[in-house]
Design a protein around this ligand. Structure first.
Ligand SMILES: CC(C)(COP(=O)(O)OP(=O)(O)OC[C@H]1O[C@@H](n2cnc3c(N)ncnc32)[C@H](O)[C@@H]1OP(=O)(O)O)[C@@H](O)C(=O)NCCC(=O)NCCS
Length: 150
């Protein structure tokens, strides 16, 4: 893999159009909300903050995660995607590593949690390879919950 790092840069007025233009593959559209929807969601979930995932100067993906502890006591990754053009290059794994790095000094961050639809095997592989474990818990809609223990 040639890429060695990615940067997480907050979404602002300057880069939100670029963010909204990013899309997963057609067959992945049911796995994650559009980035436009996620940016609206971010304004409602006040503990969360949206970031562009950058490889050099290019935004290759999007991630929304808690920057403060959520009311249930966890830090959640709420939305996550890599644009179809940039998948399979290791960017998702690097982005998760960056999230863990950003949160590892938070004294109240004991677990980072994420959920995915049960048949999203790619996401499940990715999270497991990044150190997440099954919790055995599911969301009300049936999404399975994984956790990274800090
Ligand atoms: C899931 C997603 C973010 C992965 O992005 P990516 O940049 O292609 O992933 P990476 O290249 O970093 O690969 C990381 C790991 O994911 C898994 N993976 C990636 N592509 C895969 C594929 N086609 N088949 C199986 N596993 C795959 C592998 O475990 C891989 O690790 P490895 O290369 O060491 O085997 C991307 O496919 C995506 O945006 N999907 C649609 C939205 C989505 O499902 N979001 C998650 C919602 S919870």
């Amino acid at each position: 893999m040639s890429q060695t790092n990615v940067a997480l840069i907050p979404i602002s007025k300057e880069n939100e159009i670029e963010c909204i233009s990013l899309k997963p593959r057609e067959d992945q559209l049911s796995l994650v909300a559009s980035n436009a929807d996620s940016l609206i969601h971010a304004t409602k979930e006040i503990t969360s903050k949206p970031y562009g995932i950058y490889a050099e100067d290019t935004m290759v993906g999007f991630i929304l995660f808690d920057n403060e502890i959520y009311s249930d006591g966890y830090y959640w990754i709420l939305r996550f995607m890599i644009d179809e053009k940039y998948q399979g290059k290791g960017y998702a794994k690097l982005a998760i590593k960056e999230v863990i790095n950003k949160l590892k000094n938070r004294i109240d961050c004991k677990q980072i949690r994420v959920s995915h639809v049960p048949h999203n095997i790619v996401a499940n592989n990715l999270y497991k390879k990044s150190g997440f474990q099954d919790t055995g818990e599911v969301e009300e809609n049936g999404d399975v919950i994984l956790s990274y223990y800090m």
